[in-house]
Design a protein around this ligand. Structure first.
Ligand code: SAM
Length: 279
């Protein structure tokens, strides 16, 4: 992962909308030139070692890599309105929770939520449990590979109000994204919502990959063996609706990120979406 993905200072200007980033001819040519794919042997190895590579990521970076994600508390404001009565306890699932940068701000802000959080990295799960804000009465954290292990081993079917999927689906092989969404679908209540945010097509991070890192269309591997997919809104909508979700919001968020260390201003593209399991 690069410094562009880690601690950064963001300018307040962002645009949201249906149309993605338009590349210059030079940028398009750069992407088109890069057609060499990583060998099948190496691709299989990366898939087998996905869990190990993320666990090593947390061994190296501990809890210091990602910032707390306060945008979820802003977005979650709207979702709190889905309570049928004021005292209703909302049940959340943070799928691929990392060290808890999403869940701890939410737990701090709303006393009346219960959070299930899971990740396939044992170290990440341990960091969540060791966080001073962790409270076993309000949070259950467990290890789970979303692509192979049924969430129902830890969560009742049809019981979750809101699932968050934040920069996680991009780390999963495209062939296994559907299985991941089906897994989440089963534990969501009818009417339950998925909050999604992840890398968008032509994000700056995608254009920075050097030749030799391409795994497939819009799919790349970083130096540390973790992988990243870059989503178009069309592909994401197809994935979610294919599993049975209804699309509520599905838009690009474009913002300029200032990298102070390098004195650069870079265009970031994210996809921010909400999908609903029908009643
Ligand atoms: C970029 S981090 C995001 C963490 C957290 N959602 C956040 O916003 O800070 C991606 C996380 O997805 C987890 N992950 C990737 N593939 C997974 C899988 N198949 N099952 C469970 N977790 C996975 C990784 O271990 C990592 O913690």
């Amino acid at each position: 992962m690069s410094q562009f993905d880690s601690l950064r200072s963001e300018s307040p200007f962002q645009n949201k909308g249906q149309s993605g980033r338009i590349l210059t001819n030079e940028e398009l040519e750069k992407l088109q030139r890069d057609q060499t794919l990583v060998s099948d042997f190496k691709q299989n190895k990366l898939e087998k070692e996905a869990q190990k590579n993320w666990d090593l990521f947390y061994k190296r970076n501990t809890t210091k890599f990602f910032k707390d994600r306060h945008w979820t508390t802003r977005e979650f404001e709207e979702l709190k309105a889905c309570r049928k009565f004021d005292a209703q306890r909302l049940v959340l699932l943070e799928a691929g929770c990392g060290v808890g940068n999403c869940i701890f701000p939410l737990l701090a802000e709303d006393a009346n939520i219960f959070v299930y959080a899971c990740d396939f990295s044992p170290r990440a799960v341990e960091f969540v449990q060791k966080n001073p804000l962790f409270c076993s009465e309000r949070c259950k954290v467990f290890q789970c590979d979303l692509t192979t292990e049924d969430l129902q081993a830890n969560i009742q079917a049809d019981s979750v109000d809101v699932a968050t999927l934040i920069f996680v689906l991009s780390a999963i092989h495209p062939d296994k994204m559907r299985l991941t969404l089906e897994n989440i679908y089963r534990v969501l209540k009818p009417g339950g919502i998925v909050l999604f945010r992840d890398y968008g097509l032509y994000d700056h991070a995608m254009l920075r990959f050097k030749s030799g890192n391409k795994l497939g269309e819009n799919f790349y591997v970083r130096q540390d063996g973790t992988r990243s997919f870059f989503f178009s809104r069309e592909l994401l909508a197809e994935l979610f609706t294919g599993v049975g979700f209804q699309s509520l919001v599905n838009e690009y968020v474009m913002r300029e990120t200032v990298n102070k260390k390098e004195g650069l201003c870079v265009p970031r593209v994210f996809l921010q979406s909400k999908f609903r399991k029908p009643d």
